[in-house]
Design a protein around this ligand. Structure first.
Ligand SMILES: [Zn+2]
Length: 304
């Protein structure tokens, strides 16, 4: 890269963002006309930006978080307004304020009042500092909550994609089941010795979801049991694998590319049910399973 190019390079990103001043932009553009290398760099920056805008997942903060944040800010504002009633004199350590110029005696205005007390020294009324600090803490907290939620949600998203891919794969090939049987007493023991956990296998034929068999699968780096159930001419894959420290959770529902999916934890195991049956039918199926499932990790093996 020439010295000239090196000087222009840091400004390419700013130009791509449309944030370069008019004169500087003109200068960079003139260079771009003469320098295919820098023009190429700008193209790369732009396509990266486009790719991120198009493909990066975005998470909207839930309404409940917005509401509680708003309430907290109002609460903090009320609290700091209350603090203003304090007769205590606001002070900066080591700095003497001239008498009669203290903000606590000047409460009429809502504007942040800055009191000059000497060359370069100012007192910002304490209530404003308190309110600003409270808001900063709340925003930092909310950002963290949103980030954690986003992180968990992204992980869940990856898992959902894997589960869906596995479901679809099981249907397009000839590998829907490793053991084809409508009998839970055939399917359940088949998993023995093939997995180090005992997946739940139920007979739901009377409820309209006959068992079709079982299959070994692999999701997110875990060996998983896939139980296959039929619903009219549709298939439901139920994926199960043990998760350390899994707590009981109600099913979380989602639709992806025409499939319905439910995910929940029970009995120390992660469960995913996926199918192209309608949502109501999948809900019935999940409900039937959950009625039969043990709720603790211990009782899974007891139930065998
Ligand atoms: Zn250049």
């Amino acid at each position: 890269m020439s010295t000239q190019c090196e000087a222009f390079e840091p400004r390419l990103g700013t130009l791509a963002d449309g944030e370069l001043g008019e004169d500087a932009a003109r200068e960079v553009k003139a260079h771009l006309l003469a320098c295919p290398e820098c023009a190429g760099r700008l193209d790369a920056i732009r396509s990266l930006g486009d790719a991120i805008r198009e493909q990066a997942p975005r998470y909207r903060a839930p309404d409940s978080l917005r509401a509680s944040l708003r309430a907290s800010i109002h609460g903090a504002a009320a609290l700091s307004a209350g603090m203003d009633e304090s007769p205590e004199v606001p002070s900066v350590p080591g700095i003497e304020s001239p008498p009669g110029r203290l903000p606590s005696t000047e409460r009429s205005s809502d504007e942040p009042r800055v009191v000059p007390i000497g060359p370069g020294l100012r007192i910002v009324p304490r209530r404003w500092l308190a309110a600003a600090a409270a808001v900063a803490v709340l925003l930092a907290g909310a950002g963290r909550v949103a980030w954690i939620a986003g992180e968990a949600s992204a992980r869940n998203d990856v898992q959902a994609e894997e589960v869906l891919a596995s479901h679809v794969r099981s249907l397009i090939g000839t590998h829907l089941t490793d053991v084809a049987s409508t009998d839970q007493h055939t399917v359940k023991p088949w998993f023995d010795g093939r997995l180090d956990f005992a997946p739940p296998v139920y007979d739901l034929a009377d409820q309209g979801f006959p068992l079709a068999g079982g299959r070994l699968d692999y999701i997110g780096g875990h060996p998983a049991a896939a139980m296959v159930y039929a619903r009219r001419k549709h298939w439901i894959n139920l994926f199960v694998w043990p998760v350390d420290g899994a707590t009981q959770s109600a099913p979380a529902w989602q639709a992806r590319r025409g499939y319905h999916m439910a995910q929940w934890d029970a009995g120390g195991m992660r469960h995913w049910a996926v199918s192209d049956v309608n949502e109501g039918e999948l809900q019935t199926f999940v409900h039937l399973l959950r009625e039969r499932e043990p709720t603790t990790a211990g009782s899974v093996s007891d139930a065998r």
